[in-house]
Structures are given as C-alpha cells and as structure tokens.
Design a protein around this ligand. Structure first.
Ligand code: SF4
Length: 238
C-alpha cells in the first residue's frame, strides 16, 4: 500500500507528539518530587492508620475536590469505624452521608464493600487484581490505595493527571484520553517503581495547585525545558 508524503508526515508528528524522551523522565520526576516535598497537602486520609479507611477515601475522592471530601470522610469514618459497621448500615443511611459528593448511587456498593471487607478480616487485599474485584473499586481507587496505603506500586490516572501529561507533550485531551494506550504508557513511565506513593501525592498536589485548569507556567518546577505546552507559553511571551 502506497502512503502519501502528508500521511508519512502525520505519522511522524503523531509519534513525536506522544513521546517524552527517556532522559527527561527522571528529571521530570525529580522536579515533581522536590516540589511535592515542599508543598505536601495534609488531608485526614493521608495519615489514617486504618487501611480500609484509605480505600474509602480513594472511592469518595473520585471526581470530587479533596477539600470538599474532608468533612464527609471524617463523618464516614466516625460512623463506620470498622467494615462490619458499614456492612450493617442501611443503604439510606450511607446515601444520606455521601449525598453532598453526588455519589448517592454508590451507597449500595459501599455497603457491599463493607460486607466483603468484613468477610476478608477487615483489610483490603494487597494486589491490584484482587482490589478490582471488590464492589465499587475501579482502577483509580485500586492504584491509589496500593501506592498510598498498601505499600505497593500504583499508576494513578485521574482528570488532572491526564491534563498534565497532555500538556507535557502539548496534545489536546478529552474525556476518552484517560483510556488511550499511549496515555497509560506515559503515566506508567513517569511513575517510579519505588515510592510511587510519594510521587503520586506530589503529582496530585502539583496538578491541583500549579498545573491546574489555568496553569501557572511561570512558577512551575517542570518548566518550559521539559514541558511542550510550557515552552509554547514561554515563546509567546518573548
Ligand atoms: S509548564 Fe505549565 S503546562 Fe507545563 S507542567 Fe508546568 S504548569 Fe503545567
């Protein structure tokens, strides 16, 4: 099959636009980690000693601003200190509690999760695949819990992370981008093999504060040198 010159050019551009050079990956990580250590945000679920409360937090945090989730989370763990307490609550009671987060429909799943965790002895299982089998636990909550609470490695991909990665390579993103293979591969390459929890906390805080909806490129630790969007902003300003 003959491919025209313009198609070849398009293919090359597509390949370039989804790439970050191997040598730049550790530099980006280091800058994010350094920023994260100096700007770590304190939320109650980040210091919980109850592993299953960490999983509840990750479920409540999906599509919710962390600040909005604080009071609901605190009420949740006070009402349900153990999985058996959640298992024996009524769906209505759980619904009422999580209503402000717009997650009412998750109430039956949370009750089932309480039942399942109670059956498992009170703690979430330590593998990604096993976590995904729990009611109400999707890939984000499983990866986040593993890296923050479970002592394992997890690659987290939420809307803010997608936006950040797309800006690093200056590529438009939409609601489907999070499922694209190239995006998942890039997120995986950026996430270190060890201490992924510390890196992920830094990324969450960084994408909330610096590479936010309106990016603060002028004060960004990643900067124009390592970010294609940042480079474009800088060139416009010159
Ligand atoms: S330079 Fe701008 S777009 Fe790039 S990571 Fe930093 S804040 Fe985000």
């Amino acid at each position: 099959m003959n491919i025209g010159f313009s198609e070849v050019l398009l293919n090359i551009k597509a390949r370039i636009s989804v790439d970050i050079l191997d040598k730049d990956i550790p530099r980006i990580r280091r800058r994010i980690l350094t920023w994260g250590r100096a700007n770590h945000k304190h939320f109650p679920w980040r210091k919980t000693t109850k592993l299953w409360h960490g999983l509840i937090a990750e479920i409540l945090l999906q599509r919710t601003r962390a600040a909005t989730a604080v009071s609901i989370y605190e009420q949740f763990i006070s009402n349900f200190p153990e999985p058996k307490d959640l298992a024996s609550a009524s769906v209505k009671e759980i619904e009422k509690l999580i209503y402000p987060l717009g997650l009412r429909w998750r109430a039956p799943l949370l009750k089932q999760l309480g039942e399942e965790l109670d059956r498992l002895g009170g703690e979430p299982p330590p593998s990604f695949e096993q976590l995904l089998k729990l009611p109400g636990v999707g890939p984000y909550a499983a990866a986040a819990w593993l890296s923050f609470h479970g002592g394992g490695r997890g690659v987290i991909i939420d809307a803010n992370v997608v936006r950040w990665i797309c800006r690093l390579i200056d590529r438009k993103c939409d609601a489907e981008t999070r499922r694209k293979k190239w995006l998942i591969q890039l997120a995986d390459r950026l996430t270190p093999q060890r201490s992924s929890g510390e890196f992920n906390y830094a990324v969450l805080d960084f994408t909330m504060e610096i590479c936010a909806t309106r990016p603060k490129c002028s004060v960004c630790p990643v900067g124009a040198e390592l970010c294609a969007y940042g480079k474009r902003v800088l060139l416009k300003e010159l």
